[in-house]
Design a protein around this ligand. Structure first.
Ligand code: FAD
Ligand code: NAD
Length: 480
């Protein structure tokens, strides 16, 4: 007799582990299948986000920012620090310690919520009257093992992996994807990055702060095309000032490796052949969904032409009682989007009627300054023919921003020209990741810009710029 569960989740990233916890809170019997092993060969929960994504990248961003501040910015405060040096292996140790703490935390949450962790690779084998059959193979406590479990409901949360480019083999030493780039043992002198997306900018920033000359090669003609162009323009200006050398509109050609490094041939935006020499190369050109060897066909499912699993607004697949969430389905590849879908599906299985407004999912790029937005950009709204009004306010005019020496950037709010409903909020500044939360709440509650303009904000704080930008929509900013 195979083990039976109300809910089996495949994948324990932020989508899967949150879905498992919510389903357990709602009284279901829950198992979660996960096969991730860290470099030491230990099985780990937490998926991409905790092991090789959000958490380690933010740890390194914080460490490298401290180094940059000590090296260059403490002098502005009248503090002199001599002989600032960096111990990369200690920095990596701190990052690994945070990852260990967080992944162990999920193990604790699984025990607390009585969730069974089935260790190994999950693969559909068929359907019976009792439910969906899934084979779990590979990583049992006693070595290789295989068992089949039965699930009344299945949540596919298998996430994504780095997309690699043909002819550019990733060895995670000379040529790295996110996994290698989070674990370099030394700071490269010259670092090349292919792809000026979120990972390229975040990890490019980490290694630039730690001493690398960083050149980023981006295929698209426009920098940060998904962001509001006012933000993209300001970001390009700030990154240039910091020394990130970003080339857009390039076509990457042959990549050769030698003992000393990497040579990248490319054509620049004017069609000229160029060569870039670097000690190391990061390839950050997007991610692809994990659907390989999942046995989808055994239950009558298949991935679409882009490799994603098609789902409806409630993350239901074409097969009854089988759901899919997170990076393996449409929508932004973001941890908080995966988490929200995990909660949603657990509640749907429980018979509730939850809803996600995908327009209210915030984006954050954790560079310096941070870039964050929610809702639509001015360019999107104009393309839709919406009548809008905008308000912008700079951090330069904010006392707290000056006090903490982080006066770059601005908040831009976009509202409907007639109703004043907020349609998009775009921030480039220190702590934009925290500031954007106010805009998300406002947009979820369908607030007008006037609502934010009327609400008391603490003084002195960066959040006052949110209020001033809201007032600026009505051309009545107070401190400008
Ligand atoms: P994943 O986290 O990818 O987890 C899927 C899990 O499923 C994995 O553990 C995998 O081992 C397991 N799995 C797959 N197939 C099987 C199988 N057949 N059987 C058993 N187990 C299986 N997002 C943010 O919101 N903020 C950030 O700051 C951020 N930073 C990032 C930085 C980097 C460097 C990267 C790479 C990503 C970052 N992301 C960030 C994106 C975020 O990590 C993903 O959107 C998120 O992890 C998706 O969650 P998920 O649960 O869908 O999948
Ligand atoms: P991305 O989609 O953000 O950026 C990839 C970039 O590579 C794009 O600008 C694309 O035009 C470019 N590109 C693609 N092919 C190319 C080629 N052949 N030559 C040159 N440029 C090329 O992808 P990413 O940076 O790899 O990150 C993957 C995903 O992980 C992100 O989309 C995001 O969803 C998630 N992520 C989120 C965060 C965050 O929330 N702070 C951080 C890191 C990653």
């Amino acid at each position: 007799m195979s083990k039976e569960f109300d809910v089996v989740v495949i994948g324990a990233g932020p989508g899967g582990y949150i879905a498992a916890i919510r389903a357990a809170q709602l009284g279901k019997t829950v198992a979660c299948i996960e096969k991730w092993k860290n470099p030491a060969g230990t099985l780990k929960l937490g998926g991409t986000c905790l092991n090789v994504g959000c958490i380690p990248s933010k740890a390194l961003l914080a460490s490298s920012e401290e180094f940059e501040n000590a090296s260059h910015h403490l002098a502005d405060h009248g503090i002199s620090v001599e002989n600032v040096s960096v111990d990369i292996s200690k920095m990596m140790g701190r990052k690994d310690g945070i990852v260990e703490k967080m992944t162990k935390g999920i193990e604790f949450l699984f025990r607390k919520n009585k969730i069974t962790w089935l260790k190994g690779h999950g693969k559909f084998t068929g359907k019976t009257d009792a439910g969906v059959q899934i084979e779990v193979s590979g990583e049992g406590e006693g070595g290789a093992s295989s068992e089949v479990v039965t699930a009344k409901n299945v949540i596919i949360a298998t996430g994504s992996k780095a997309r690699h480019l043909p002819g550019i083999p990733v060895d995670n030493k000379l040529i790295a994807d996110n996994e290698g780039a989070l674990s370099f043992d030394t700071a490269p002198k010259k670092l090349a990055v292919i792809g000026a997306g979120v990972i390229g900018l975040e990890l490019g920033s980490v290694w630039r702060r730690l001493g690398a000359d960083v050149t980023v090669l981006e295929a698209l003609p426009e920098f940060l095309g998904a962001a509001d162009q006012a933000l993209a323009k300001e970001a390009a200006k700030q990154f240039k000032k910091q020394g990130l050398d970003i080339h857009v509109g390039v076509k990457v050609g042959e990549v050769k490796t030698s003992e000393n490094g990497v040579t990248i041939a490319y054509t620049d935006k004017d069609g000229n052949a160029q060569t870039l020499e670097a000690d190391r190369l990061i390839v950050s050109v997007g991610r692809v969904p994990n659907t390989d060897n999942l046995g989808l066909e055994a239950i009558g499912l298949k991935a679409n032409e882009r490799g994603f699993i098609d789902v409806d607004d409630h993350c239901a697949t074409a097969v009854p009682n089988v759901y899919a969430i997170g990076d393996v389905v449409r929508g932004p590849m973001l941890a908080h989007k995966a988490e929200d879908e995990g909660v949603l599906v657990a509640e749907v299985i429980d018979g509730q009627k939850p809803h996600i407004d995908y327009n209210c999912i915030p984006w954050v790029i954790y560079t310096e300054p941070e870039i964050a937005w929610v809702g639509k950009t001015e360019q999107q709204l104009k393309a839709e023919g919406r009548e809008i009004k905008t308000g912008q306010f700079p951090f330069m005019a904010n006392g707290r921003a000056l006090g903490i020496n982080k006066a770059d950037g601005f908040v831009k709010m976009i509202a409907d020209a007639k109703t004043d409903e907020l349609l998009g909020v775009h921030i480039i500044s220190a702590n934009a990741s925290d500031l954007i939360a106010e805009a998300v709440v406002a947009m979820e509650f369908k607030a007008a810009s006037e609502d934010i303009g009327r609400i008391c904000h603490p003084h002195p704080s960066l959040s006052e710029v949110m209020r001033e930008a809201a007032l600026a929509v009505d051309k009545r900013a107070l401190n400008m």
